[in-house]
Design a protein around this ligand. Structure first.
Ligand SMILES: *Cc1c(COP(=O)(O)O)cnc(C)c1O
Length: 461
């Protein structure tokens, strides 16, 4: 029998922050992904709102959003940034991004409702995702939202639903293509198999109540290589050309999300050649804007480029503050601390080496004694590891720790597991404001019912 080989993980050098200097370093907001400069006094926040605590920095959120938008802005193209709700749909976070001019990119009726409740006009909602119900489609048509159709069954459903409505349905087609081994072909119509052309035919046949405005591709998440966006520009342009030849007139080209944040992938997931923290977005903008610049004609000379970033916009703006609740020395492994926040609040810890830092003013003065420490959560599971090796000064009981870059997918994919979930605080121009209160045991069990026949503790008669 063949021996099973362990996957080879190449060695790498890690740049460690010089903790002793952290108190005095200059603030670069674009890289505000560790430390607490953008959220103020962490100890005071924990004292007021409890530990653990998610903390959103309004300043970082606005600044990262603006940088993103400006990077993709170019003359002759109307750039729209439609924020991907599922990445972090804290209503306060969505509201800030809408103030900045973001549209809403939603993938379910629930998210659609949230966008409406935040006052986003229908024309600024992009309705994506592979499952949209008939009532949701009808509402989206009536509101004038842009519906990106995922598959033939959904196209049939939309045609059936909108056939009875007065309003013209604004629609797009989600397109996929093969690119390397891990292409996202679950979603949309394949560009090469004839499916995309068949979908165009059906839209054309459906008549004037259906206006094909957009072609869409969302190629993956945390894309390291901008080449896939250059390829998407080519593929979407060629589908647009086919559409024009049939007399359809798409003017929107939507590149989905997937742009990386400044988080750091674990070595096992890193592509060959590694990936720098805080990847520059410029090559992504070049691939997209450059590609569409060459293909203006098929998008009616004045294309609207839609981008649907999630993680690239919110990841750096949220941190998870927690507290050391015990310390250990593990034979053969070294020192460890247990904190009061687990992987149920940080599901992305499986893929990322999140920054875990001591908080200035507490243990920083002992920075000279810093060494690698395992950071465990409080769950009764061996896999509850926030970081295998954080470089930390000696920790006291009750020391605060700050986990950075937790804005994307941590909260929306968090779960209650043996502990209620923490509060969320927004640090903005008015100081800290509670934007989600801490869950209670009552919240968690409020949905449950014990049938009366089980209410007695004794079974049987
Ligand atoms: C999840 C999603 C996004 C956002 O993805 P990120 O990788 O977080 O940028 C954008 N568009 C669609 C259709 C999505 O499903």
């Amino acid at each position: 029998m063949a021996k099973t080989k362990k996957a080879y993980v190449p060695p790498r050098l890690e740049l460690l922050s010089s903790l002793g200097m952290q108190k005095h370093r200059t603030v670069d907001i674009s890289a505000a992904d560790s430390g607490s400069e953008d959220i103020g006094d962490v100890k005071a926040l924990l004292a007021e709102f409890g530990s653990p605590l998610y903390v959103v920095s309004e300043k970082t959120l606005r600044s990262v959003f603006r940088t993103f938008r400006d990077t993709f802005t170019a003359p002759g193209i109307d750039t729209v940034v439609a924020y991907s709700y599922k990445t972090n749909y804290l209503p306060a976070v969505c509201a800030i991004l809408h103030q900045e001019g973001a549209w809403a990119e939603v993938v379910s009726g629930m998210e659609y409702d949230l966008a409406c409740s935040l006052g986003v006009p229908g024309e600024q909602i992009i309705f994506n995702g592979p499952y949209k119900r008939a009532d949701e489609l009808a509402r989206a048509v009536a509101d004038g939202a842009l519906i990106n159709v995922d598959n033939f069954d959904e196209l049939d459903l939309l045609i059936a639903v909108a056939g009875n409505l007065k309003k013209t349905a604004r629609m797009g087609l989600r397109i996929n293509f093969q690119h390397g081994r891990q292409s996202w072909t679950k979603f949309g119509f394949n560009a090469d198999s004839g499916d995309a052309s068949e979908a165009l035919q059906r839209v054309k046949k459906a008549g004037r109540k259906f206006r094909l405005e957009a072609l869409h591709n969302h190629s993956g998440t945390f894309q390291i290589n901008p080449d896939i966006y250059a390829r998407a520009a080519q593929v979407l342009s060629s589908v647009a050309k086919r559409a024009r030849d049939m007399g359809l007139a798409p003017n929107i080209v939507d590149f989905g999300g997937g742009y990386p944040s400044s988080n750091r992938l674990k070595p096992a997931f890193e592509p060959v050649g590694g990936v720098a923290a805080g990847q520059h977005l410029a090559p992504f903008a070049e691939a997209i804007i450059g590609g569409i610049g060459k293909a203006r004609k098929v998008f009616g000379e004045r294309p609207m480029v839609v981008l649907e970033p999630g993680r690239a916009v919110v990841d750096a703006a949220m941190k998870l503050a927690c507290t050391v609740v015990s310390r250990k020395s593990i034979p053969g492994q070294g020192d460890a601390v247990i904190v009061d926040a687990g992987v149920n609040l940080l599901p992305t810890a499986y893929w990322y080496d999140h920054g875990v830092d001591a908080v200035a003013g507490s243990d920083m003065d002992a920075a000279l004694g810093s060494k690698p420490v395992a950071v465990f959560g409080p769950l009764c599971m061996q896999i509850d590891v926030l970081r295998e090796r954080a470089v930390l000064p000696p920790m006291s009981l009750g020391s605060p720790l700050l986990v950075s870059n937790v804005g994307a997918y941590c909260l929306t994919q968090s779960m209650q597991f043996i502990q209620p979930r923490p509060a969320v605080v927004l640090v903005g121009p008015k100081g800290p404001e509670l934007i989600r209160r801490r869950e209670t045991r009552e919240d968690i069990f409020s949905l449950d019912k014990v049938p009366p026949r089980l209410a007695s503790r004794r079974s049987g008669k």
